[in-house]
Design a binder for this molecule. Sequence first.
Ligand SMILES: [Zn+2]
Length: 190
Amino acid sequence: MTSSDRPSIACLCVALATILPSVALAEAPQGQPHVHGRATLSLVIEEMSLTIEFAAPLHDLAGFEHAARTTEDKAALGRLRQKLEKPQAIVSLPTGAGCTTRSVMIEGISAETHAHDHGDAKHHEGDDDGHADVIATYTLSCSALHSLSEVNVAVQSTFPAISTVDVAVLGPGAQFARKLTGTNTLLRLR
Ligand SMILES: [Zn+2]
C-alpha cells in the first residue's frame, strides 16, 4: 500500500488479489458476464480508516440491467443511488468503532446516460447478455477500529436478490476470504 491518503480501487484490488488469490475480486472483468445473485465485498482496515468496496450486478440491485429508459427505470436508479450512499446499506458497524463516512463513490449507476460503455456496444447491444456492474467504495475514518471484532454484513438484507457475498478482509490482524450465504452475515474479524 502506498502512503497516499486514499488508495485507488485498482490498488486495493491488486493488493487483495496478491494476498488473497482465492478471492474472485476480479471475477468478472470488463466485458465478461458476472453471476447474478453474487456480490463481492472487500474491507481494508487500517489504523484509523476503513475502506469498503462493494461490487454487484446492477440486476440484483435495481431489478434490471438495461439502460434506464423509462421514468420508472430512472426513479429506480435514483432510489438505488440513495440507498448506496450510506455504508450502512452494506455493513453495519458497531457504534463503538467510532466511524464517520469520509467519502462515497458510486460507479455504474447513471439515470441519464446509457448504462453500457459505447465502446462495448457491439458486445452488449443486440443480444440479451448485456451486463452492468455497480461498484460502491466507501472511505470511513474510525477512532476505535481496534475495538472492531466483528461486522454484520447487511448486503443480503438490503438487496434480497443477492444470496452470496464473497468477502475479503485485509487488516493488520486479519487477512482472509470468506463466503457468506443465506442468513450467515456475521463477519468475525478476530
Ligand atoms: Zn448481469
